[in-house]
Design a protein around this ligand. Structure first.
Ligand code: NAD
Length: 503
């Protein structure tokens, strides 16, 4: 930029800022730190990132915008500011989001449950307390090569603005983890939340931005469209500043994202099967199955959704389930619940009725499901279970209810085949309880899932009781796996020819 242009722009900026001094805003602006605690990089163009703070329409919103266009513009501006703030600013954002998610876990968990009316309060709170397990800035390490021809550095660099879709099943946890991962990599983010979980999401986004603004002077690093719709989804995907999409949700949104023409990282649906053989400890297996399937009333995409158990240990496993907080439904009770929990539309031509999940029962407490089954259960019942055949809707559909179908199988081979069929090629998550390494290996190879958990509850696959790190967005059809800061980077190579190799 020429000196004349630079001076001109600075003058215009000064004049505009002067005119809007004390600008009308929709909210009381928190006072930023006297000087951003994150110093801008010294070799900047001289504007100190101020060219990014000139649009009055974007001020005072703290990330919450009525319109996708404004949200994307604000996020792009914040991305440029974050560039100026460098690694220190990214680190600050990571610290703020992790600390605030934990501090507000109770209030935000309640807010989300009040709005969505799905899941369990104790587990909504627990999910927010876990954001600290999401990796951050330190995850990104450049790769270097050194040889006779000099040195080469490959760095993980940001894209810019990431357009992000979040589910109703864990709105604030998903967006919080996404902010950590996406901003740790140096990007800004715009959310189109699920319409049934958008108000709580906006509360969290505003609170995060206010705190981030106070600490860094960056106002809109995570933006959200206040009233999300299919139109705002399309506008977000199409926007010129949206460089990358991250979609967490079911089959429809994955399909829609893949049709946008933008690169999409898709955290899609699952229907995780569990195989139990006769070598495992049935008590340990039962406890693990209950803890995974009952978590947040089985809303997790990784949660155990159907069990295939070797006939010779099936009764023992069900006995252990009953002893550890689950309750068995009779055949008649299962039939009543099935009629309530699914709707059946006639198949086209084949005559087979196709079941779809009745949304009124998704994520509901066991007491609600039990009532539909015609039975009362003690208030502390974690999970319901019932014996079914392999084609039952509770096996075939991703039901997201604390009711687990148990299917007897004659052999491990049959269990693996039925597990594979019921997973529907989502390649998401599978679980086995076995001490036979050949059975474990055979299932791992056949299922080919992104997560494969042995002898533990499904959340062990996200570092909860197993080794590893956490994310609430597990990219399955597009293959990036458990998302982390590197997922949201471009690899760029910098080559020094014949020099700087120091020996
Ligand atoms: P959903 O698919 O109904 O909604 C997800 C998001 O997509 C929402 O923001 C929704 O508004 C939007 N959406 C839905 N259809 C759309 C379309 N045609 N065009 C544009 N946007 C659309 O999912 P949900 O019920 O909120 O969440 C549960 C689903 O998400 C389950 O299938 C679950 O397995 C999956 N999920 C996957 C992961 C993962 O990491 N892989 C994590 C959580 C949830």
């Amino acid at each position: 930029m020429s000196a004349v242009n630079e001076t001109l722009i600075r003058d215009v900026v000064a004049e505009v800022l002067g005119r809007i001094g004390g600008a009308t805003t929709t909210t009381t602006r928190p006072t930023p730190a006297p000087a951003p605690s994150v110093a801008p990089k010294s070799d900047s163009c001289g504007c100190n990132g101020k060219q990014a703070t000139t649009a009055p329409a974007l001020r005072g919103k703290f990330g919450v915008f009525a319109d996708a266009n404004e949200a994307c513009t604000a996020a792009q501006e914040a991305f440029l500011q974050l560039q100026q703030g460098g690694i220190a600013a990214r680190r600050k954002i990571e610290e703020i989001v992790k600390a605030m998610a934990e501090k507000n876990a109770e209030a935000w968990g309640k807010l989300e449950l009040d709005e969505t009316k799905i899941g369990r309060l104790d587990h909504k709170i627990a999910k927010l307390g876990l954001i600290k397990l999401v990796p951050g800035v330190d995850w990104l390490r450049p790769d270097a090569r050194s040889g006779d021809h000099g040195i080469t550095l490959e760095e993980y660099t940001p894209f810019g603005v990431v357009g992000t879709i979040t589910p109703s099943t864990h709105s604030i946890p998903t967006l919080s983890g996404n902010i950590v991962n996406i901003c740790a990599a140096g990007n800004a983010v715009v959310f189109n939340a699920h319409p049934n979980a958008a108000r709580c999401a906006a509360v969290a986004v505003r609170a995060y931005n206010e705190a981030i603004y106070r600490a860094t002077g960056i106002e809109n690093i995570a933006c959200i469209i206040e009233k999300p719709s299919l139109d705002s989804f399309n506008a977000l995907c199409k926007h010129e500043h949206t460089r990358l999409l991250l979609v967490t949700g079911g089959p429809m949104v994955v399909k829609a994202a893949m049709q946008t023409g933008k690169r999409a990282i898709c955290a899609g649906p699952g229907n995780p099967p569990v195989l139990v053989d006769d070598t495992c400890c049935t008590t340990r297996a039962a406890r693990a199955i209950i803890s995974g399937a009952a978590f947040d009333n089985n809303l997790l995409c990784i949660g155990e959704k159907q069990v295939f158990v070797l006939d010779r240990v099936a009764d023992k496993l069900m006995q252990r389930l009953s002893e550890n907080g689950a309750m068995k439904l009779s055949g008649a009770q299962l039939d009543s619940l099935t009629k309530a929990a699914f709707t059946f539309k006639e198949g086209q031509g084949g005559g087979c009725a196709h079941a779809s999940v009745n949304k009124d029962y998704i994520g509901k407490d066991t007491s609600v499901l039990a009532k539909a089954a015609g039975v009362n259960v003690p208030a502390d019942t974690q999970l319901l279970f019932a014996e079914t055949d392999a084609q039952h809707p509770f096996v075939q559909e991703e039901q997201m209810m604390p009711m687990l179908p148990i299917v007897r199988v004659k052999s491990v081979e049959e269990g693996i085949a039925l597990s594979l069929q019921s997973e529907h090629g989502y390649k998401h998550t599978a679980i086995i309880h076995s001490h036979d390494v050949e059975n474990i290996t055979a299932m791992a190879r056949a299922l080919d899932t992104t997560l494969f958990v042995k002898n533990g509850p499904s959340p062990a696959g996200l570092g909860l009781g197993g080794e590893g790190y956490l994310s609430f967005s597990i990219a399955t059809p597009t293959g990036e796996g458990i998302t982390n800061p590197r997922t949201f980077t471009r690899v760029r190579r910098c080559v020094m020819v014949d020099n700087l190799r120091i020996y």
